[in-house]
Design a protein around this ligand. Structure first.
Ligand code: ADP
Ligand code: MG
Length: 270
């Protein structure tokens, strides 16, 4: 069974007399560990789909199984509990508390978690801040961090509950291209190394291409669903027969070039 199973999901908004079919019958499966980008023009239904997947909003009809549980018939409270348990969110505007340290921002979701002591809270916030590369910025407030660093604090906050799924709606919309690359690289790393399922809404084709699967929406329908085969870069030998590194050589077989941001780049401005 897939982690996410949507069947003929529809969302109709009633605008006066006019019904708006924001989702017009979407069916799709997303497996544990996938990295999916959702693309489509403005108004195509991306945010509505994301809010549905994120258990923030309930469809008008259809079925949504999240980890085997039917979400559409849950009460508001039960849905909120399931959401807190399974899903972390990252937004375009980082939504961090100003004049509050990175540490305290990340600890915040755990204040509501039952049975987590202050000591455990601190330990888990420390762990996820290190995971996003901010071990040396824990005491900084948002205003003392770059945009990319602020978004990484937001990612850490989304991870502190140990969700199975991380959802991000235009997470790089407020970032320049270099910093966007940094955040996308973090997503790839979380997906590859932590096995976190990632669902990313973007209108940027370059960002969408960093995912392993791209789902395209138009008028509330899935019109394209493309999985990239994993044999592109991992199969390329990293050294030639003389033991020399060839990983930087351009080649037709490297159909999915690495992100332009190098792995050891340490964002250290400020
Ligand atoms: P996207 O995120 O791809 O830009 P949305 O999911 O936000 O698209 O919107 C899909 C469609 O639903 C649009 O036509 C939008 O105008 C409409 N819509 C979204 N939210 C509402 C709402 N709360 N009330 C009425 N119509 C809405
Ligand atoms: Mg949107």
């Amino acid at each position: 069974m897939a982690l996410i199973e949507l069947r003929d999901v529809r969302k109709i908004y009633q605008l006066g007399d006019v019904p708006v079919n924001a989702l017009a019958g979407v069916s799709l499966d997303i497996e544990q560990g996938e990295f999916v980008s959702l693309i489509g023009q403005s108004g195509s239904g991306k945010s509505t789909l994301m809010n549905t997947l994120g258990c923030l909003d309930r469809p008008t009809s259809g079925s949504y199984l999240l980890d085997g549980r039917e979400v559409t018939t849950l009460s508001l409270d039960a849905r909120a509990r399931l959401r807190n348990d399974k899903i972390g969110f990252v937004f375009q505007s980082f939504n961090l508390l100003a004049r509050t340290s990175a540490m305290e921002n990340v600890e915040l979701p755990l204040l509501y978690a039952r049975g987590v002591t202050a000591r455990q809270r601190r330990a888990r916030a420390t762990e996820v801040l290190a995971l996003v590369g901010l071990a040396d910025r824990m005491d900084h407030q948002p205003g003392q961090l770059s945009g990319g660093q602020q978004q990484r604090v937001a990612v850490a906050r989304a991870l502190v509950n140990r969700p199975a799924i991380l959802m991000a709606d235009e997470p790089t919309g407020n970032l320049d291209s270099r910093t966007s690359g940094e955040v996308i690289q973090l997503f790839q790393q979380l997906n590859d190394q932590q096995g976190i399922t990632l669902i990313l809404v973007t209108h940027d084709p370059g960002i969408a291409a960093s995912a392993k699967r791209t789902i395209t929406l138009r008028d509330g329908l899935v019109v394209q669903d493309t999985k990239f085969s994993p044999l592109a870069s991992p199969d390329v030998p990293s050294t030639d027969s003389f033991g020399r590194s060839v990983s930087n050589l351009p080649g037709p077989e490297r159909s999915r070039p690495d992100s332009s941001v190098s792995a050891d780049q340490e964002p250290d401005k400020k």
